[in-house]
Design a protein around this ligand. Structure first.
Ligand code: GLA
Length: 695
């Protein structure tokens, strides 16, 4: 049973994890357990308030499911609000619960604030995760202003110390896994940029700090979660003075307010969470399964081999140039030919054009159709780059609607990459954009859209909004979801790629809307391997767009560049018109080989065997669900003095079955490959891809 309910006490079990909560005799909802499943329902701790200590307030040590600061508790709060009379905070008491199958809803009420709060939980039994969400309804006659809306607070079991793992980054260097011990006080991670941002992904994986108890790839405990949201977020890893560890995650309360009119409700983003005793690998595989099988818009998505012209042409796009590239791409086996930036009206550089989404007549006198037909005629599908949330001041759209920009009338509008952000919180802006892009997609057969977003917000004002302007942080993201979701609905066959100056907006919110994500503008192999490893912590390789480009081609072989990109959704982005016949032939061979292994990369279970974070080596294995086959990727990075050949221990194979590794004479059991390992003759920047088959 996914959820066991008894006397206002609930145990949610999914995979090896359990989460329990119950109501005490005063009606307080208490989080009693988060960790491994316990053998019997009676094993879970009772819903009791914490002990009272000298000079501590009454609820200080109580694990409130929603921390509200009631009775002077001074830890961080999950929620906060101010009512019309000045009443601040919440005092929540149990009202009702509904439970069916794998879903549970609990209503709490605050008689003083006249609010009902509904918590919803779901166990995702097939993937071993759980979700929680929280919504607040204003039942009173006066407005209620929300000032904090986190999605959850999690209390870790009493222990000596915890370490937070999170994904940090910046442009060109996304998804850097960081490991930092909880500090005395608060460790804070956030985005204030309107997108989730290059600076991090709203997620956490907490392990024990004691050396023998830390988590590794395939062992050790992790308490983890991620937010399904694509805007400002905040994570607090809190260590209280008495040593308790609490993690809070939700909407950022920086510059945040949201008005609830009488009768109105507002939900916080859904939080997906779990616990494992099998380390980072198990956490990642659970998220990958969840995204591929449950959250993502297309089940069993297998990415096409893409050619993208950005690095080849930059803004110098012409119909003839694209046609010439398309010929080369088709001969290589490419399946999706994508024109990047530079195809639309006025777009000769990054100073003009954004906002005017029709083909530039100087470049495409007969529109895009002739090129699309040519691409289709070569047996490929046709894709286009757009950046719909943006506008250059030098565009007809801006001249017609200068008020559609996010801005403060009293301040100068700061441009970034010469562009401003449209206020997607406004329904009229959403409607305009839906109309424009619906027409574009209806006019020419477009099979793939790369949707970019290339700046951070500034002057976050919304003149004319008749409520608190700080709602912009939430309404923008919801406007984006509506806009994109509506285009998806109207054009269900289009494949959507999410991009924000590389991987600046990769999160579970986007995973629900898009098939793939442009991981990073950095494609140079050693840096890229680190970025891809970080990406893989949460997100599956089926959507991890990875291109072979000409970046530092003098230093890294074409084989290496292909091998790195073949570990994800393979694309090619080099200037094919300058590639030699031998290079084009090498590329053709790799594309063909990729198509053979692609089902495993897209749907296999990922095992990270060697991390470039800790040694000049990277190795990954994608294993078929039934463990009948696998594909190994191994890369040796720069080592000042080459020692012995690296030995890669394979994980994830059936221990008792026999496996043969391509290029190796020996046949060994899965257990032997895991214990003894596979020596690989790799020199500096050498790489190999090996298929592994069960006999
Ligand atoms: C961003 C993207 C690139 C490319 C350019 C186009 O930087 O990450 O891949 O699309 O914009 O302007």
């Amino acid at each position: 049973m996914a959820i066991v309910a008894r006397d206002n006490y609930w145990v949610l079990e999914s995979g090896g994890a359990a989460y329990a909560l119950g109501v005490d005799e005063t009606g307080l909802l208490i989080q009693t357990w988060w960790g491994p499943r316990l053998p019997r329902p009676e094993d879970y701790p009772a819903a009791r308030r914490g002990e009272q200590f000298a000079m501590e307030n009454a609820l200080q040590h109580t694990r409130q499911e929603l921390a509200t600061g009631e009775a002077g508790a001074s830890d961080e709060r999950t929620l906060d609000a101010v009512g019309a009379t000045g009443l601040r905070g919440f005092v929540l008491r149990f009202k009702a619960a509904r439970h069916q199958g794998n879903r549970l809803e609990i209503d709490l009420e605050d008689a003083g604030q006249h609010a009902t709060i509904t918590l919803s939980y779901e166990t995702l039994d097939a993937v071993g995760l759980m979700t929680r969400a929280v919504a607040i309804r204003n039942d009173g006659a006066a407005p209620l202003k929300l000032t904090r809306l986190f999605s959850g607070s999690f209390y870790l079991p009493a222990d000596a110390g915890y370490t937070l793992n999170h994904l940090d980054g910046r442009w060109g260097d996304e998804f850097r896994m960081q490991r930092e011990p909880f500090v005395h006080g608060i460790l804070q991670r956030e985005s204030r940029r309107m997108t989730t941002s290059h600076g991090g992904v709203p997620c956490f994986a907490v392990e024990r700090s004691a050396p023998g108890l830390a988590a590794s790839e395939e062992a050790g405990r992790l308490w983890f979660g991620a937010l399904q949201w694509s805007g400002n977020w905040k994570l607090l890893a809190e260590r209280t003075r008495d040593g308790r560890a609490i993690v809070h995650l939700g909407l950022n309360d920086h510059d945040f307010a949201y008005d609830l009119a009488p009768g109105e409700s507002r939900a916080a983003p859904r939080l997906v969470f779990g616990h494992t005793e099998q380390g980072f690998g198990a956490m990642s595989r659970a998220f990958h399964d969840f995204i591929r099988d449950d959250l993502g818009p297309r089940r069993a998505y297998v990415p096409p081999v893409v050619y993208n012209s950005w690095y080849a042409t930059l803004f110098d796009v012409t119909a003839e140039g694209q046609a010439a590239l398309a010929d080369k791409a088709a001969a290589m086996g490419v399946e999706m030919f994508v024109i990047d930036d530079g195809w639309f009206r006025g777009r000769v550089n990054d100073r003009a054009g954004l906002g005017d989404w029709s083909p530039d007549p100087a470049k495409f006198p007969n529109g895009l159709k002739p090129l699309a037909d040519l691409v289709h005629g070569r047996g490929m599908r046709f894709g286009l780059w757009i950046e719909p949330e943006m506008v250059n001041p030098d565009s007809d759209l801006y001249r017609a609607h200068p008020d559609w920009i996010i801005h403060f009338p009293e301040r100068e509008r700061t441009l970034s990459r010469n562009q401003s952000m449209l206020n997607l919180g406004r329904p009229d802006v959403q409607d305009h954009l839906i109309g424009v892009f619906d027409d574009l997609l209806a006019g020419t057969r477009i099979d793939f859209v790369k949707w970019d977003m290339n700046r951070n917000v500034s002057e976050p004002g919304w003149p004319g909004h008749d409520r608190d302007q700080r709602e912009i942080w939430v309404r923008y993201v919801e406007g984006l979801y509506r806009f994109w979701g509506e285009l998806r609905r109207r054009h269900p066959d289009v494949i959507w790629e999410n991009c924000s100056g590389g991987g600046g907006r990769v999160d579970l919110g986007m995973m629900a809307l898009t098939e793939q994500s442009w991981t990073s503008d950095t494609t140079v192999p050693p840096a890229r391997l680190l970025i891809q490893e970080g990406y893989s912590q949460l997100f599956p390789a089926s959507g991890m767009a990875a291109w072979v480009t000409d970046e530092h081609k003098e230093a890294y072989s074409l084989d290496l560049r292909f091998h790195v990109a073949m570990a994800g959704a393979l694309g090619v982005g080099g200037n094919l018109l300058e590639w030699t016949a031998a290079e084009l032939e090498t590329a053709r061979r790799h594309v063909a080989a990729y198509k053979e292994i692609r089902p495993l990369v897209a749907a296999g279970d990922l095992y990270r065997l060697a991390s470039p974070r800790t040694q000049p080596l990277s190795a990954l294995l994608y294993v078929a669900r039934d463990r009948s086959e696998a594909v190994l990727f191994a890369f040796r990075l720069l080592q000042a003095r080459l020692g012995r050949n690296p030995v890669i221990r394979l994980a994830g194979l059936d221990p008792d079955a026999l496996y043969a590794v391509e290029g190796v004479n020996e046949t060994l059991s899965g257990r032997a490959w895991a214990e003894i390992g596979l020596p690989l003759p790799l020199g500096n920047f050498g790489s190999t891809i090996r298929r592994i088959r069960r006999l």
